[in-house]
Write a new protein. Sequence first.
Length: 207
Amino acid sequence: MSADVRRVAVVGDCPLLRSGMAHVVDDADGLALVLATRSVDEAASVLGRGDIALVDLQLPPACLSEVVGRLASRGVCVLVLSSGPDNPALPAMRAGARGCLSRQADERELLAALRLVSGGCSYVSADLAVRADPEPSCRLTGRERQILELVARGETDHDIAVRLGISEHTVHSHLDRLRDKIGLRRRADLTRFALTHDIVPTASGQG
């Protein structure tokens, strides 16, 4: 298996949701489904440093934090699903989760979140994050929209430069202007902006 392909285990107690998420992961470029299970023990036995655990377990906050801590201690990148701000997103993050994804998320956001956490970034769905300021609105150029879409797809600055036939320096310049224009600095926030403003095409429109 290529070093660029990240191994993913889906751990969930709802068979239908578990199967659906496993299908999305299995069809995605750069991700390899290794397991879909209800058992944390089974997932822990096959996952190691740099692998990803997509966790959707209906557990009390303390128990979920214990599960997250156990997986994170093995170097596993943990992405937890939550259905709202009253669910244990914050305790899970404190226990070592790289991100918390809303159960209302679509396929685009799921894949974007997986790629971000696998790259060492954190991600929290917009409806789970507490924002002090309203979401900014702005007019983006065609090139800025292209770059923002590629950021949301998990591409590195180098990958973006190669794909668009421009220099990395030019990519950095565009990103600096985007950050100033949108008012968001982190790559995860840029990704969330792209998803919530329909800059990333729907799954049916992707190649």
